[in-house]
Design a protein around this ligand. Structure first.
Ligand SMILES: O=C(O)CCC(=O)C(=O)O
Length: 246
């Protein structure tokens, strides 16, 4: 499913944009549902907002929040990219909505957990990777994700806050695209200077030997697990090797 050029770009730059891989209707439905969940969680006093003046919001555990998300996370080309980076048995670490409301500031460059907590030099192979689903057009103005090409090879360094890295690039593209980012790449959302929210899904994956960010087998309801396809079961961790308890 991935071309040789796709793989080369993932190896060299550490990220790749899969342009318009989600059809328009599905993109609109995912966006509407994401904004609804965010509003519902805010009304219920459970909204997880962050950044200055609560200008960004996450909605967690999407696998339990509608069949549309169960289906989305099995997207073949996105999964092929994850499997290339993290192995054929990679698992879902978390699946969330990330909304940047107007005036959300640049979030700063980072590498993804747990890499940021490891001693250096960090592993030279990918351990975690994110897929950023563009539910809006991503533009220079509305907070398109920034990446520093090749930074996954800087195994001893971390981005410093407040430093303007001149090799940083904003990854812009039409809605319905999915950006795949090796978690070791220096990346982050940028400022939203428009009057509209920038809505994204973040499908975050890890190697099967790592502990996922969310314990899906505890937080996803039984009915979702029962109807899950073999692929979804694997992504939720049902097929991971058990501990060798005696
Ligand atoms: O929403 C984005 O543009 C990127 C989010 C991100 O970098 C992250 O959650 O690690």
């Amino acid at each position: 499913m991935l071309t040789t050029t796709d793989k080369l770009q993932l190896d060299q730059k550490g990220y790749i944009l899969l342009e318009k891989v989600i059809d328009l209707n599905k993109t609109l439905q995912l966006r509407e549902r994401s904004l609804q969940l965010a509003t519902d969680e805010q009304k219920a006093g459970k909204g997880q907002t962050y950044l200055q003046n609560d200008t960004a919001q996450r909605v967690w555990n999407l696998i339990d929040k509608g069949e549309i998300f169960e289906e989305a996370i099995q997207h073949p080309k996105m999964l092929a990219a994850m499997e290339y980076l993290l192995g054929a048995d990679c698992t879902l670490s978390s699946f969330t909505v990330n909304i940047l409301y107007p005036d959300a500031p640049d979030a700063g460059l980072h590498i993804d957990y747990p890499l940021s907590a490891l001693p250096t030099p960090r592993p030279s192979f990918p351990m975690v990777a994110n897929s950023v689903w563009f539910l809006d057009d991503f533009t220079l103005e509305n907070g398109a994700t920034s990446c520093v090409p090749g930074s996954h090879k800087r195994l001893k360094a971390l981005p410093e806050s407040g430093v303007e890295y001149t090799d940083k690039q904003q990854i812009c593209g039409p809605r319905g695209s999915v950006l795949i980012v090796n978690g070791s790449v220096w990346h982050g959302s940028s400022e939203n200077r428009t009057n509209s929210p920038r809505v994204a899904l973040l499908g975050f994956f890890c190697r099967s030997i790592l502990k996922p960010q969310q314990d899906h087998l505890k937080i996803v309801s039984d009915k979702v697990i029962e109807r899950a396809t073999p692929t979804l079961k694997r992504l939720l961790g049902l097929n991971s090797l058990p501990n060798l308890n005696t």
